[in-house]
Write a protein that binds this ligand. Sequence first.
Ligand code: SAM
Length: 347
Amino acid sequence: MYDIVQDYYGRQLQNSADLKTSACCDISQVPQWLKPLLARIHPEVLSRYYGCGLVCPQLLEGCRVLDLGCGTGRDVYALAQLVGPTGLVVGVDMTDEQLAVAQQHQAWHAEAFGYDNVRFLKGYIEKLDELDLQPGSFDVIVSNCVVNLSPDKDAVLRGVQRLLKPGGEFYFSDVYADRRVPDAVRNDPVLYGECLGGALYWNDFLRIAIRQGFADPRLTEDRPLEITDAALQPRVGNLQFFSATYRLFKLDELESACEDYGQAVIYKGTIPEHASSFELDKHHYIETGRVFPVCGNTWHMLKGTRFAPHFEFIGDFSRHYGLFEGCGSSMPFDENSGGALQGGACC
Ligand SMILES: C[S@@+](CC[C@H](N)C(=O)[O-])C[C@H]1O[C@@H](n2cnc3c(N)ncnc32)[C@H](O)[C@@H]1O
């Protein structure tokens, strides 16, 4: 599979318009706050963007960020501006042609930003331990439309778990299917390269995440994918594909279900660009100043991470009230339209 993917992204595709699905959406869906950052990125890098979502979580200033499958570096250069001169963004990719474009424009971006805080490494995302990266050294790991291309998703998440600091998060966009992808689709090189053939059935993804120590994956946004190429459409049959962004926190305390301890939080409105509300995920839109009841896991995701100083915490774990109401188990994606709470589903 490595050869197929390297050939697809290294030689066959020349720019975003060559893709055959709506995975890579247009600039009008980019949130307002991100537009000035993208405007400072080199046009060649922008034109070779092959991602399927927004991988810019809140509160990144000073963070160490790793981008798995960084391609030509659009997200690396956007994140570089968000982490600022005291942070660092490392991009990893296995395809020479993609990395060459990313590195060719590194000095140009350093000049534009006034600092050079990015590194690019050649490597496989299943073998992160072979790279010179310190275990437990990243605040945030991101990835945009890459994990589906990996032949060993368990290995990817295991490596992520190893490299994250306690309280760090894997925030990543990818493609998922509404059922297990049959062999005929998986073995089709174009469908594989287009990020469809290797897509996980969403519930299998949840199983892998939990197996690798991420007990409570949180969905932040999703949207159905359209296969825009008429020749490709019949080859996928009844399968439905979704682009979705999950955040997985590295927190030992997380439980396998959302348990109710009668706790609540109050968001202080102090995170830059998020003065009126904080979105933890698709089901947690926390307005500034409001007392917001939370389960024990959500409490940990706010208390045990970089978000803690921006919240007041009410209650503790001394009394248990049973399962937190509304903890769902059906397909988490919206079939008709964007599933984001607000704003665009993609950058
Ligand atoms: C769909 S593109 C996305 C690129 C980039 N994230 C973006 O948003 O433009 C997939 C990228 O992942 C890289 N890739 C795929 N599988 C990989 C693997 N197993 N290890 C390292 N890189 C991989 C490819 O070389 C390609 O650059």
